[in-house]
Design a protein around this ligand. Structure first.
Ligand code: AP5
Ligand code: MG
Length: 214
């Protein structure tokens, strides 16, 4: 099982990835999370990446491909993995194809989570994330029991630096111009599956399981 989750920012990739990871016990690789964790640890890579992320721009292909290549060289991904938010450009998709070919494997399915821009804005503006464990909440649809405190680890919840209105707008523009063309790339390979992301968490998950073949 070698999965790739695609879809515009806020569509629910991370939320569904967390469910799949729990269900199948497979490792997930989220480049956005890797950058945010590195920033939290005060590393140079994360600080440099955050300069692009907070304005809604993409981190360079060179840096992104490098961290993914390193991650894919670890043993735990030999049988299965879930990529969330990578690749995002044609250059990254080509780089990933080469990495996987060198590993003697390929993607088994690409799940594209679809949602309208209104829904995406609303989801990102109301998203809160745990500073400690990264669990994602939504002020209305998935609130924490105590305001601004993580249910899982008591960590503090915060609003992502790139969840401001302007940054979300920029991320959506970049998605349209740089990332959406990749859908065609995977459609041609015959592994693309669209899932309606504008349903409840569980309904989306049911559809995800259907297309990846439970
Ligand atoms: P990344 O972290 O990947 O962000 P993104 O793609 O913009 O996607 P999000 O994480 O915002 O949304 P999501 O689809 O995961 O939605 P979520 O499940 O959280 O990347 C961040 C940045 O890092 C990029 O902009 C870029 O700068 C950089 N970067 C990362 N990868 C890169 C790459 N490959 N190349 C270059 N740069 C890269 O859900 C959103 C909200 O909605 C949550 O509050 C959730 O609770 C709620 N929600 C989700 N599903 C539902 C539902 N079904 N019903 C109700 N609410 C829901
Ligand atoms: Mg995410």
């Amino acid at each position: 099982m070698k999965l790739l989750f695609m879809g515009p920012p806020g569509a629910g990739k991370g939320s569904q990835a967390a469910k799949v990871v729990e269900h199948f016990k497979i490792p997930s690789i989220s480049t956005g999370e890797m950058f945010r964790n590195s920033y939290q640890r005060g590393e140079e890579l994360g600080i440099e990446a955050m300069r692009f992320i907070e304005n809604g721009n993409l981190v360079s292909d060179e840096i992104t491909n490098k961290i993914v290549k390193e991650r894919l060289s670890r043993e735990d991904i030999e049988c299965c993995f879930l990529l969330d938010g990578y690749p995002r450009t044609v250059q990254q998709a080509e780089a990933l194809d080469i990495m996987l070919k060198d590993m003697g494997t390929k993607l088994s399915a690409v799940v594209n989570i679809v949602a309208s821009n209104d829904v995406l804005f609303e989801r990102m503006e109301n998203r809160r994330v745990c500073r400690k464990c990264g669990t994602t909440y939504h002020l209305i649809y998935k609130p924490s029991s105590k305001l601004n405190v993580c249910d899982k680890c008591d960590g503090e919840l915060y609003q992502r630096l790139d969840d401001t209105h302007d940054s979300v707008k920029r991320r959506l523009e970049i998605y349209e111009s740089k990332t959406k063309p990749l859908l065609d790339y995977y459609q041609k390979k015959g592994i693309l599956h669209n899932v309606n992301g504008m349903q409840s968490f569980d309904e989306v998950f049911k559809d995800v399981l259907k297309v990846i073949g439970e």
